[in-house]
Design a protein around this ligand. Structure first.
Ligand code: AMP
Length: 446
């Protein structure tokens, strides 16, 4: 299918042509017709599947008809993090190149004055995080009576971050007659309860991320110990010629320690975690994308939603606490059909979590043995033209080695690149699980 078969208006088709979007991703192919028809939507889709365009394009189609007023947007996207907000704004601006729409960010961590000033002019769509949005609403600086298109993006993350109460309060400000779309990577009971209150007879779309993201990521693991972890990472960089990428840590305090290590090795490094101001986080992300920073050491806050297109390598310095987080982390690479690699450093105590991850992705990770002697003698260097990507090379096809692996029996350890079989199936595929066949009723929004 091509975009021009989706009945999008000509200004959007022209924009898509200009930015070389030719073929819709599966979520776009399914969600765009539903949203263009005016129906509510409940969609399971992860970042990297093209979900942002799946709702932005119908939203801009809706905005094309009608006129907005100051302080009264006609569409809202509610997102859990500031980074995701910035990314959605960037996508909306990209899609409104031919026909201009006024997009305003209403997010915490930045001064209110500038956002307030922007709202005083005509505003078509706001992209907001819950806390700041409620702030504006309670002060009467924003009125939602004209909102007809409401998107709740990454609803699972929203609830994980404790925003349920805020989301419910925001619902109270929204008009009853509106179109609503809810996107979530996973569906807990809490999400289903929320969706019952928020959505009116929604159409359900379940997209497994497998075909679009993780099947393109070759996933490796390395055995390590607490004592040798930093040295093993160094050896891994050397062995795999890794010169850039995102490195995830579970704890903020470990980020600082690792930062110092990488600086000692001569790498250009930045950090991204929740304690930093928004201005620093934004600058660091831009520096990373521009190639001024080789390695970004990040907490899971940074894992979701960031548009890390072109990123080839993700390193899990710690095995994430949950297998879902693992999927989100490695989803930073291998996006939009491109190839990527992920490396996970495993302690003996990570055995159980590693087994869970392998259960979730329905494939064992590829084992890489790190020679303890192979540490960097000199700083890693990047070619001047290299941005955040590392040089593409054929991943090594390993001969069976005599190495002990603690999570699988030796005969289960593959020493080859994962193939199509290594797809990650964290969604529900195209089948709706029985527990989701609920009776959808619209609950009063206010
Ligand atoms: P998302 O899942 O919305 O974060 O999108 C992941 C990446 O894929 C972003 O960089 C998008 O710009 C890109 N993308 C989304 N849809 C398409 C498409 N149909 N063709 C090419 N690139 C796309």
């Amino acid at each position: 299918m091509l975009f021009n078969e989706l009945h999008l208006p000509s200004h959007l088709l022209e924009t898509l042509e200009n930015i070389s979007y030719k073929v819709p991703t599966p979520i776009q192919e399914k969600a765009i017709p539903v949203l263009l028809s005016g129906a509510d939507l409940l969609a399971s889709a992860q970042t990297g599947t093209g979900k942002t365009a799946a709702y932005c394009l119908p939203m801009l189609n809706f905005l094309h008809f009608g006129k907005s007023k100051p302080k009264m947007p006609r569409a809202i996207t509610l997102v859990p993090t500031r980074e995701l907000a910035a990314q959605v704004v960037a996508e909306l601006e990209k899609f409104s190149a031919v026909q201009k729409f006024k997009v305003v960010q209403v997010i915490g961590g930045e001064g209110m004055m500038e956002q307030e000033r922007a709202l005083l002019k005509m505003v078509d769509v706001i992209v907001a995080t819950p806390g700041r949005l409620l702030d504006f609403l309670s002060k009467g600086k924003l009125i939602l009576n004209e909102v007809k298109f409401f998107v709740l993006d990454e609803a699972d993350k929203m609830l994980d971050m404790g925003f349920l109460e805020d989301v419910e309060k925001i619902m109270g400000y929204l008009p009853k007659t509106r179109q609503t779309a809810l996107f979530s990577a996973t569906f807990s009971k809490a999400i289903l309860n929320l969706s019952k209150k928020l959505l009116n007879s929604p159409q359900q779309i379940m997209i497994s991320p497998s075909a679009t993201t993780a099947s393109t990521v070759t996933q490796y693991f390395i055995n390590t110990t607490l004592k040798t972890k930093s040295r093993d990472l160094n050896a891994l960089f050397k062995k795999e010629a890794i010169t850039s990428g995102i490195i995830f840590c579970n704890r903020k305090r470990d980020i600082q320690g690792l930062l110092k290590d990488l600086e000692k090795w001569g790498c250009k490094v930045g950090c991204l975690h929740g304690d930093l101001t928004q201005a620093i986080r934004t600058q660091t992300w831009q520096d990373f994308k521009a190639g001024n920073i080789q390695f970004l050491i990040a907490s899971d806050v940074a894992a979701r939603g960031l548009d890390s297109e072109g990123l080839d390598v993700v390193v899990n310095y710690d095995v994430p606490n949950s297998s879902d987080d693992y999927v989100h982390r490695i989803g930073r690479t291998g996006r939009a059909g491109k190839e990527g690699k992920s490396y996970t450093l495993c302690l003996p105590s990570d055995q159980k979590t590693l087994a869970e991850i392998e259960g979730l992705i329905k494939a064992p990770l590829n084992f890489i043995e790190i020679s303890k002697e192979k540490t960097l003698e000199k700083p890693l260097e990047k070619k001047p033209s290299e941005k955040t990507t590392v040089k593409k090379e054929k991943p090594p096809v390993k001969k069976p080695e005599k190495t002990e692996k603690f999570s699988l029996e030796p005969n289960k350890i593959p020493h080859v690149i994962l193939s199509e079989k290594s797809v990650i199936k964290t969604g529900f595929g195209d089948t709706v699980p029985a527990f989701m066949n609920v009776n959808w009723k619209a609950a009063p929004a206010d």
